[in-house]
Write a protein that binds this ligand. Structure first.
Ligand code: PGA
Length: 241
């Protein structure tokens, strides 16, 4: 693991965007794994700037998102499909046919998950996977559990995650309780992983990820076994290291 400690959210976002941009410059047809939440917002803004300034071109890029709420339609502003369009895809030249996000409205969850895995494999695997981290150490929506879930699957969200994500909804009762998420295996198969975190709320999760034992109680701790992980943490998120 390579740990980069930066001053604040702004610096974290710029560094993350520059790593993603280098990936695209070096391999224009990269397969990128994208994340949602508060952490990536300014990274995506910086990527949009780099695109508008002619530094990067998304025309050959393929994307796979980590997760999507179950039974929330794409038109719902809280869906991750909506988030990705609003915060990135509508502002860059990525081809719609190369965008992949799990379909939370599927009527066949097993088929949806199996097809998502198959598409990732057929695309040649993810070159660079971007990851946020939950306060409870989750990556994607892989919540603390007794064992690591390998492939894309339906997840029951933790109370802590529902509470953390309720800030985006009118009330906690509106937060979906389930989601489709890439599994730990899907994430670990990515060739490179970039995890980023900002703020004191993530300090314990970052400490456990980097210094703690590898355990499914802290899903991100498995990243210690991945050969190519970069963690960008701002001073607050790194304060316990
Ligand atoms: P956040 O979420 O970026 O909104 O903090 C990260 C996560 O839960 O993985």
């Amino acid at each position: 693991m390579r740990i980069m400690i930066v001053n604040d959210y702004e610096e974290m976002s710029k560094k993350a965007a520059h790593i993603i941009a280098s990936q695209i410059v070096l391999k224009p047809n990269s397969i990128l794994g994208f994340a949602t939440g508060s952490t990536p917002i300014n990274t995506y803004k910086e990527l949009i700037n780099l695109y508008k300034n002619g530094v990067i071109d998304f025309s050959e890029v393929t994307s796979f998102n980590l997760d999507e709420y179950f039974e929330l339609s794409k038109d719902n502003p809280q869906s991750y499909d909506y988030f990705m369009k609003a915060n990135l895809f509508n502002h860059i030249n990525i081809d719609d046919d190369r965008i992949n996000i799990p379909n939370g409205m599927t009527d066949n969850i097993e088929r949806e998950c199996a097809e998502y895995e198959k598409k990732m494999k057929e695309a040649g695997g993810i070159d660079l996977q971007l990851l946020g981290i939950g306060r409870n150490g989750h990556i994607g929506f892989n919540e603390p559990a007794d064992h690591f879930q390998s492939d894309t699957h339906l997840v029951q969200l933790d109370d802590d995650t529902i509470e953390a994500n309720s800030r985006f909804f009118d009330s906690v009762d509106e937060v979906p309780t389930k989601a489709i998420s890439m599994g730990i295996g899907s994430i670990m198969r990515a060739k490179k992983i970039l995890l980023f975190a900002s703020g004191t709320g993530k300090a314990e999760a970052i400490y456990d990820t980097v210094k703690g034992p590898i355990t499914p109680r802290v899903p991100a701790s498995i990243l210690q076994l991945h050969p190519d992980v970069v963690i960008i943490a701002d001073k607050e998120a790194a304060s316990r290291l």
